[in-house]
Ligand binder design. Structure first.
Ligand SMILES: [Zn+2]
Length: 202
């Protein structure tokens, strides 16, 4: 089935695959770094290993958190901002994984800014995200529109904005203390920067 997919769809799915490595498995992340070319050319053994790895990781999360009490939240890495980008563009501009990838890139910068993530791991995360390719923001999208979409989403999760931020490759923390002032500069940088300078730690 993967071989019949247009490549844009494949890379959209690949964002969620890389997410599993980033949130909970340094070995999966390393495998993707080392075998990226083979993965993208759909080489059977690499692809089968990666898919099985993702299934095992998801099964572990769901088994440990059957009642959705907490651990499952880590699966939302990249999704707080990703969902907001999708909603703010009326679901017409991004494929889901493209929006999630942008959300993961921005989450790396939020984590760097909070001192939660070191430069070395930040650079590793960003360079694999860069292999997928960061989609430029649509022209004219304002940070306030994205924040408004985030606030809408927030209603479903309680009062606070909840972010899943990377602490290392394969580790994340749930953060509910970020304020809109923390998020705004990173968001604006993405919205104004079509060239993707966000793909380095600077
Ligand atoms: Zn998703």
């Amino acid at each position: 089935m993967l071989r019949t997919l247009p490549s844009r769809e494949f890379f959209s799915g690949a964002a969620e695959v890389v997410k599993y490595g980033a949130i909970m498995s340094e070995p999966l992340f390393r495998l993707l770094e080392e075998k990226w070319e083979a993965f993208c050319s759909l080489e059977s053994t690499v692809l089968a290993g990666v898919i099985a790895g993702c299934c095992r990781l998801k099964a572990r999360v769901v088994a440990e958190d059957e009642r959705e009490e907490g651990l499952r939240a880590i699966l939302n890495f990249g999704h707080t901002i990703g969902h907001a980008l999708e909603a703010a563009t009326a679901y017409r501009y991004y494929l889901h994984g493209e929006a999630v990838l942008a959300g993961m890139v921005l989450a790396v910068h939020l984590a760097l800014g909070q001192g939660l993530l070191g430069q070395k791991d930040g650079a590793r995360l960003l360079s694999l995200f860069a292999c997928i390719g960061l989609k430029a923001a649509p022209p004219g999208l304002a940070a306030q529109e994205v924040l408004a979409a985030m606030r809408q989403d927030k209603k479903r999760m309680g009062e606070k904005l909840v972010f899943v931020l990377p602490a290392a490759v394969g580790q994340v923390r749930i953060c509910d203390h970020l304020k809109e002032e923390d998020i705004l500069p990173v968001l604006e940088r993405y919205l104004k920067d079509a060239a993707g300078s966000l793909l380095s730690c600077q």
